[in-house]
Design a protein around this ligand. Structure first.
Ligand SMILES: [Zn+2]
Length: 470
């Protein structure tokens, strides 16, 4: 007795082209009737690859090729699969027909996958933990997605997970869910239940991934709240919703705070009174910058409780290098004007010693930058420096670069090639600079343009959330 599968293989080996399409019954019947093999015909391309491998293991059999692709996905493909795919590709080249749908890049990545150990950085970017032990050719294969340190390029984490990480990898579902959770507008009812508004209207792919964690009407199941998020390295953090809800309110508070001027020494005292553990040396700065930093600090801690909690340094780059023990010595880089550091949930905002002591130097920089479009229109003000760095602080603390609404605004402009025209040249660098410069225009310009208004309004809206996913 033969099984159906064996019968099909036997028939195929006998040259029956319909071996895999006929019904199982016919296949068995034909084999059991011991139909004599058809007369030997001339060798055709269809016979290619059979030699020496046994007819049942025909590399150009679409089923064999498909199985091998699945073995690759599952990370269990052996040398024979490699040979099958090579021969199938050779066959495609010989016949000039693409029939097996072999994605060479994907297959090469699949063959490396079993050796890769993935991790996720603190900023939710995937990276390869054992990058330095990989062969140069492996690194080459992964180069479209990972940089020279094995960290996914900005925006490539999600793409790699979706397109290249096969279902067989246990991290797949976790990473995918992780990415989706991040883009979700998670809210909390007054009774404290976590839910996703309009969950029913989400697309089926998202619903499929989340059905394990959410009820059909979008409420988180209990075990979702305990443990699932922490396994993903995510936190739902309760947030005191901001009372500042509009641009006008924000600007009014800022103007009011800005009215009183202080000496740099007084500014330092005020900051330390708000947070005694904050590191600052703003007494070294020109009074203009000390006051800018103080006003923005006072406004932003009123507006965001996380900002107050996480800002641990506000001062010069010299102090920042000292406190953060950074490899880069920013105070020695003449072109570094200001830097925002974010490390292990702690934020530092620093202005270079040279610039912070010399408003004239900053004014020259701004004049040049507004001329060549590097900074947004209406931002040729000394306060641009602090507005920009504080915006970076918000981006870090609230993970704003993952916000789907903000990303959509950026993607639309990118697609139209209008980022530099409608925001700034600087904003073209990456999503973080895009948000920071749009934000500057929002708070500094008398007439912010539409992208700045959209981004700024979204940031205000974001800070009104009761729960934030980080
Ligand atoms: Zn920046």
């Amino acid at each position: 007795m033969v099984t159906e599968a064996q019968a099909r293989r036997i028939l195929y080996a006998r040259g029956n082209k319909n071996a895999y399409t006929m019904s199982g019954f016919s296949a068995l019947k034909l084999v059991e009737n011991k139909t004599p093999p058809p007369k030997k015909k001339d060798t055709t391309l269809d016979d290619f690859g059979k030699a020496g491998m046994g007819a049942a293991f025909n590399p150009v059999n679409p089923r064999t090729v498909a199985s091998c692709k699945r073995y690759y996905e599952a990370g269990i493909a052996g040398d024979e699969c490699k040979m099958v795919l090579q021969q199938a590709q050779q066959y495609e080249r010989m016949t000039g027909k693409e029939m097996f749908g072999i994605d060479t890049q994907k297959i090469s990545i699949y063959s490396i996958l079993p050796r890769l150990i993935f991790g996720m950085t603190e900023r939710n970017i995937i990276y390869i933990k054992n990058w330095y032990s990989l062969a140069p050719t492996d690194k080459q294969t992964l180069a479209p997605y990972f940089d020279y340190r094995g960290v996914a390029y900005p925006g490539k984490s999600g793409l790699f997970i979706k397109d290249q990480l096969p279902k067989g990898r246990q991290e797949k579902r976790m990473f995918e869910t992780f990415n989706i959770i991040h883009g979700l507008d998670i809210q909390v009812t007054p009774e404290g239940y976590i839910y996703i508004p309009n969950f029913q209207d989400s697309d089926s792919y998202i619903k499929d991934l989340l059905e394990f964690y959410f009820t059909p009407d979008g409420y988180a199941k209990m075990y979702f709240q305990n443990g699932f998020l922490s396994r993903l390295g995510l936190q739902l953090r309760e947030h005191v919703p901001s009372k500042i809800k509009t641009r006008e309110q924000l600007l009014t508070v800022f103007q009011k705070i800005k009215k009183t001027e202080f000496t740099p020494e007084q500014a330092k005292k005020i900051i330390l009174k708000k947070n005694p553990s904050l590191k600052t040396d703003i007494e070294k700065m020109d009074p203009i910058f000390a006051n800018h930093l103080l006003s923005r600090y006072r406004t932003y801690i009123l507006w965001s409780p996380f900002f107050k909690e996480q800002l641990m340094l506000l001062g010069t780059t010299e102090l920042a290098d000292d406190v953060f023990k950074l490899d880069e010595e920013y105070e020695k880089v003449p072109t570094a004007l200001a830097v925002t550091y974010y490390n292990k949930g702690k934020l530092g905002i620093a202005i270079s010693n040279a610039y912070s002591a010399n408003p004239h130097k900053v004014a020259l920089f701004l004049e040049e930058s507004i001329g060549n479009g590097w900074i947004p229109k209406g931002c040729n003000k000394l306060d641009y420096i602090t507005a920009h760095e504080f915006a970076h602080g918000l981006v870090h603390i609230y993970d704003l670069s993952r916000d789907t609404l903000i990303r959509d605004i950026e993607l639309k402009l990118l697609a139209e090639g209008k980022v530099s025209e409608e925001v700034s040249l600087h904003a073209e660098l990456n999503i973080r600079e895009f948000i920071a410069d749009a934000w500057c225009e929002y708070v500094l310009s008398d007439h912010p343009r539409p992208p700045a208004m959209q981004v700024g309004d979204r940031v205000l809206e974001f800070l009104q959330k009761k729960v934030i996913v980080l």
